[in-house]
Design a protein around this ligand. Structure first.
Ligand SMILES: Cc1cc2nc3c(=O)[nH]c(=O)nc-3n(C[C@H](O)[C@H](O)[C@H](O)COP(=O)(O)OP(=O)(O)OC[C@H]3O[C@@H](n4cnc5c(N)ncnc54)[C@H](O)[C@@H]3O)c2cc1C
Length: 137
């Protein structure tokens, strides 16, 4: 939406992935926290409230409630803005990004290798972010 509101770009096609169940996973398995790409700030904020108060404090300061209810972690990272709020958190956590290709194959990229420059990432044109893995060990 920033491309639309700030740069006045129109898009012929928009693909809304915000309700894809596989992209909404948010759980801890053993010592890994998995955050699906379509998890919203508000969902992560609620999830972190009791167990991860510092993460919760950061999330509660991002934008407004309306934006937190709609904006996703995947969109924030993929957008590759240098002023985005989530990449510093995920960099501090040394998160791995799970990338999903359109043939169903996956690859993991550490967030420290993901960004190539301003608005440039390692994402290929046939890939999307599926989730983020944070090691709690
Ligand atoms: C009023 C307003 C206030 C804002 N305040 C803040 C703020 O305080 N902090 C902040 O960091 N940001 C802020 N933003 C920016 C933006 O809302 C966030 O970055 C948000 O998290 C983007 O998520 P989205 O789901 O809306 O992504 P979109 O805008 O839908 O997508 C952003 C980009 O990511 C791509 N993308 C989305 N999902 C995926 C995926 N799963 N895999 C690969 N590519 C994907 C899209 O194709 C697009 O290029 C604000 C925006 C607005 C309009």
């Amino acid at each position: 939406m920033l491309e639309n509101t700030q740069r006045y770009r129109d898009f012929d096609t928009l693909i809304d992935v915000s309700c894809v169940a596989e992209l909404k996973q948010l759980h801890v398995a053993e010592t890994t926290l998995t955050i699906g790409a379509s998890v919203t700030y508000s969902e992560l904020e609620a999830f972190s409230k009791t167990q991860y108060p510092q993460m919760n404090a950061l999330l509660s300061r991002i934008a407004s409630r309306q934006i937190r209810n709609r904006g996703t972690i995947g969109g924030n990272v993929a957008n590759a803005s240098p002023i985005a709020d989530l990449p510093p958190l995920l960099l501090a956590f040394d998160a791995d990004i799970q990338l999903l290709k359109n043939d169903g194959s996956t690859r993991a990229v550490n967030i420290s290798d993901f960004y190539l420059g301003y608005k440039k990432t390692q994402l290929a044109s046939d890939e999307m972010i599926a989730s983020f893995d944070v090691s709690l060990g």
